[in-house]
Design a protein around this ligand. Structure first.
Ligand code: F1X
Ligand code: MN
Length: 451
């Protein structure tokens, strides 16, 4: 990973930061990030308890000692965060550590602050997940442990099974008809919307959600989509459909976000893109290590294929079982390509993509269309800055407009202090309807460029 200086923002545009006490960034660093660390500590503590029950004494003592060390380092991290200490270096032997530390060194010069609240929110939030990974990287026995899986990702998946079954039935139903252009367009519109609303169930936001109840709030049937549609506050859907329907066999990239229901919705979309002939291949970009609680890693993809199959057997749903087998087959045949790049787990906004990750940029330039999923990808596209809401999207994506050639769409539900491309007066209307419109996840955006 190249040591690339942070791209500057235009004069007068500041990055979002926790030091603005009225912001969601502030609440996140003050309240939500410490809770995420507490939960990680709790998961490890429970694992320790289970270890004592399951394993022999020798294995136990090495693993236990390491887990205790992890718990103490995570507690220290939490302590430093809530007291607004200076952020510290990443200290492990991974290939990205030097880049992180180069950026930590540049914080003061680039942004005037290097503490948890004074540095840019995007930087410190990404850093927390990298520091959690550092804690495990330094062990022998816990390197591959996903601290968010047992108590968060997996229960959330289980709580969404009903929605997943509905979605898979809908896909089977659509596939059974030989669709002409109009039918394909309609189906694609639906699968894009399922994928968009799937982004509501992001576990770094829903830290206190009841996982068993997730189905209730999920958009998983074509009937309830119209109810959700009125909450799409920027909707470039028609242009996106036009572009996609003219691709006829190219490569489409999906920069994935959360595992669980969102991932299943994304996979249904990816499946439809192949079965309809729109795409010949779909490249699925996953995260290298556990990230923002619920982001998809390659392990999550494998786990999801297996878990969908297991659930299908449990509930006796042959269609769902065939779906899981088809997905494994698509990967084996190379029609779905799972890719990981260090860049997605750096704190860089996409403004730095061409210089920080030139190979990734060349690869994206070969794509016919890129779908960026979720709030964090949106934040990284628009550099997580204090843009006014009427700033045109083309302005807020800065150099991305020229440096990444593939047309793209961002599908995100609004969960942070940034939204651009709104019409004059729209922000006021939204505020009048719902003072939390920017961060509640209730509103969505289908925002495109190059379509
Ligand atoms: O990318 P995602 O999964 O849609 O959202 C990531 C996210 O939960 O992280 C931040 C909160 O800590 C928010 O900006 C955003 O809502
Ligand atoms: Mn996420």
């Amino acid at each position: 990973m190249a040591q690339d200086k942070q791209h500057p923002l235009p004069d007068g545009i500041l990055p979002l930061r926790g030091s603005v006490t009225t912001s969601f960034a502030y609440t996140t660093i003050k309240d939500r990030m410490p809770v995420i660390l507490t939960k990680a500590i709790d998961t490890l503590t429970r694992h320790l308890h289970d270890l004592h029950l399951d394993e022999g004494p020798a294995a136990q003592s090495a693993k236990t000692a390491e887990a205790k060390e992890c718990i103490s380092t995570l507690s220290k991290l939490k302590y430093e965060m809530i007291r607004d200490r200076r952020v510290t270096y990443v200290v492990d032997n991974e290939s990205d550590a030097e880049t992180w530390n180069f950026l930590v060194d540049g914080l003061k010069e680039s942004w005037g602050g290097d503490t948890w609240f004074s540095a840019p929110w995007l930087f410190v939030e990404c850093l927390m997940y990298r520091k959690i990974q550092e804690v495990f990287n330094k062990t022998e026995n816990w390197k591959n442990f996903d601290v968010f899986a047992p108590q968060q990702k997996e229960p959330a998946f289980n709580g969404s099974v009903k929605s997943m079954i509905e979605l898979s039935k809908h896909l089977a139903n659509v596939e059974s008809k030989m669709l002409e252009r109009e039918g394909r367009s309609l189906a694609l519109r639906e699968f894009i919307q399922f994928s968009l609303w799937g982004n509501q169930t992001d576990l770094s936001l829903l830290i206190n959600v009841n996982h068993a109840d997730m189905h209730k709030s999920q958009a998983s049937s074509a009937q309830n989509l119209s109810e959700f549609e009125k909450n799409i506050i920027v909707n470039d859907m028609d242009a996106v459909l036009e572009k996609l329907l003219n691709i006829d066999g190219g490569r489409i990239d999906i920069v994935l976000d959360n595992a669980g229901f969102e991932l299943v919705a994304d996979l249904c979309l990816a499946d439809f893109l192949i079965s309809s002939g729109i795409a010949k291949t779909v490249m699925l970009h996953a995260k290298k290590f556990p990230w923002f609680v619920s982001d998809t890693t390659p392990r999550d993809l494998e786990w999801t294929f297996a878990a969908v199959e297991k659930k299908a057997v449990e509930v006796g749903d042959e269609g769902l079982k065939a779906r899981a087998a088809r997905w494994t087959g698509l990967v084996k045949e190379g029609k779905w390509i799972v890719k990981v790049d260090d860049f997605w787990t750096t704190p860089y906004s996409f403004w730095n993509l061409p210089t920080a990750a030139p190979e990734l940029r060349s690869s994206l330039n070969e794509s016919s269309f890129v779908i960026y999923k979720g709030d964090l990808n949106y934040r990284k596209l628009v550099y997580d800055a204090e843009w006014s809401t009427t700033t045109p999207f083309a302005t807020a994506i800065g150099p991305v407009a020229e440096t990444i050639k593939a047309p793209f769409v961002a599908l995100r539900t609004c969960k942070s202090d940034v939204a651009v491309g709104l019409k004059e007066g729209q922000e006021g209307d939204l505020k009048g309807r719902d003072s939390d419109w920017m961060v509640s996840g209730k509103y969505g955006m289908v925002q495109s460029f190059g379509c």
